[in-house]
Write a protein that binds this ligand. Structure first.
Ligand SMILES: O=C(O)CCC(=O)C(=O)O
Length: 190
């Protein structure tokens, strides 16, 4: 379903059973860790857990940290195959975010690191609790909130990262965890 130019959303791509199985696998990845970033010169813990995976080993500079990729697991390959079948897009890496409850969040940003090239396409898969995804054009003229449901896929096309920023706001009433996978194409930057 088209949400707006260059943003499409499909609900129920993964069945409840598949979503539960993937949720369980992803939530027990040993590589999940809480990173940190600098705010006004002080280290601050990232308000979620993260794990970065590549089909082949690749480093990724993200939010002031360099993440070394872990290998893709069999379920990650299966999720990617489903995305490629649905969208025709292929990817070589995935960033996994675990929001432990509604107090975990992801601040306003664009996925515009050098390693992603000029107009990156991003496919975002959600398992677990429903969370709001906010999208805002850099000039403030367009604002959109999309509810990301269990087993859904959101596809952001090449025009979105240069012109928009997005976030997952805190939602204190959400008690349950959510896992998000953003599939990306990461290029080696020297
Ligand atoms: O959790 C989400 O849906 C968004 C994740 C995100 O913005 C990111 O990984 O850059």
């Amino acid at each position: 379903m088209k949400i707006m130019d260059d943003v499409s959303y499909w609900k129920g791509v993964f069945t409840e059973e598949e979503s539960l199985m993937h949720f369980h696998h992803l939530s027990t990845l040993p590589s999940l860790a809480q990173g940190s970033f600098h705010l006004f010169g002080k280290p601050v813990k990232t308000p979620r857990l993260e794990s970065f995976h590549g089909i082949s080993p690749i480093p990724y500079r993200y939010s002031g940290q360099t993440l070394q990729s872990m290998p893709f697991t069999a379920p990650m390959h299966a999720i990617l195959a489903r995305i490629t079948k649905l969208t025709g897009c292929t990817f070589n890496a995935v960033l996994i975010n675990v929001y432990r409850n509604g107090m975990d969040s992801n601040g306003w940003h664009a996925d515009n690191e050098k390693e992603l090239g000029k107009n990156p396409i991003i496919a975002s898969v959600s398992f677990g609790a429903e969370r709001k995804f906010q999208l805002k054009s850099r000039d403030g003229a367009v604002k959109k909130t999309i509810l990301l449901e269990n087993g859904s896929i959101l596809l952001m096309g090449g025009t979105i990262q240069p012109a928009f920023i997005h976030c997952i706001p805190k939602e204190p009433k959400v008690a349950h965890p959510r896992i998000n996978l953003t599939f990306r194409t990461v290029f080696e930057v020297r």
